[in-house]
Design a protein around this ligand. Sequence first.
Ligand code: GLU
Length: 524
Amino acid sequence: MRNGLSKDLIARVLGGAPKYTLDELEEKYPERNLPEGVMVTRFAPSPTGYMHLGNLYSSLIDYKLAQQSHGLFLLRIEDTDTKREIKEAVDVVKNAMASFGFKHNNDEKYGPYYQSQRKDIYHSVAAYLLEKGLAYPCFLTQEEMDKIREQQSLAGIATGIYGEYARDRNIGEDEIKKHLDNGETPSIRLYSMGNPENRIYFKDFVRGSISVPENNEDIVLIKSTDRLPTYHFAHLCDDHFMRITHVVRGEEYFGTVALHVQMFRMMGWELPKYIHTSTLDKIDEETGKQRKMSKRKDPESNVAFFLQEGWPTDAVIEYIGNILAPGYEEAKLKGQVKSFWDYELKPKKIPTSGTLFDMKKLEWWAKEYIATMSVPDLVKSVVKWANEYGNENNKKQIADVQYLTSVLSIERDNPKRVRKDFITWQQTLSEVAYFWDFLFVPNKEYEYNIDALREFISGFDINDDKDTWWQKIVYTAEKLGLKPGEVAMNLRVAMTGRTNTPDLYSIMQVLGDTRVRERINMVM
Ligand code: GLU
């Protein structure tokens, strides 16, 4: 510990007197007194205008743990480190949250939830640390720090502001005043008392007991540039005063956890339980090998990709849920649970490395999911997607909802034999595109048996039931010495342009008398 600063000097150093004492903050943001086991989690994105799939992955853990423990899920915007257009960037996050059905429980009492609006809190805690001699103002300039870093690199030692390199660590009041009189704005640094030769022990909620070297860096708590907190300091203040019980975050934060444990202990605050998730891997299309997902190379690393292509968001959740809780798929197949929301996520089982996100597997979940939807729900989802993300053709396809409904009703009446060829809303519309004349491309390559088509259409009646319709195909076949299947194939290709389709009778019923006749004429 060093000498604490006087109140006056603290106010000068921080650019204003702190608004609260620590006791006042404790009172303003009291412990929540929740029953044992109830979890308070938060998703704390930095608004960059881009949401990584890894963020969705972590936030699902947050959301699920809160949901299953009847706790709270908070959304905190970490906007202290960005000069970007915040509103739009926050909308990206909010839109994703809404699309995946994550509702937050932000209540005014523990807010505000934008870090840029919590300056009073950070400054009040910083003031406490300055008073106690646990932090100090540092007037090192960028050039001076760069020089220190250079020296350290040359000497082959750890870079950073620590120990003897922390020039202002023991700076006295007079000198501080001199700098301030000079018009300089300091950063506020932690007065670290850690020694990397010692180890710090703590319990990670997933990884179990962990020991890491102590931190000796006098890291910046409050930046000199805008007097806003660094991530480390904001994490300490916010997760304490929002009374977060479980912090779920990417494994890239594992490297600084020693610092975070040190700060919580220094404050005498209870450490939240940490869940460090592993980064997501994928199977490389070229090499077939598992590798880290790349923001640059892999479109699916961006959550927006799933929304734009119209992946059923519930299926994405189901699949990620199964990655997090590998027993889920089996429980679901056995009919023990209906959705991931009914299945218990055991934090200790969350994978900690080599986590694979495989688009092929997601396809399976998506097909299964769509197969369980009712027709009205399916239609609603497709329409909603097309309105939001669809192209002009998609918009025309949804214009007549009744027709769309008939199209999407095909092979969905027998629960045991529901078609499973729909994967995304976009792909669904392109899969059934042939139902719309402006999208239908007649198959001119196919060698039609014109006699069969002519014979069949001469007796065709749209009002025939399926048996009668089939009898007419059989009759046509017999007459021309063909197999019924051959006649049906000719009809199928003429109607749809394809050799492989769902039930032909239903297709013709949906197309209707006029279209059926037109399409036969087109290939004659
Ligand atoms: N803003 C940080 C991020 O987006 C939050 C990390 C955390 O959850 O503590 O990575």
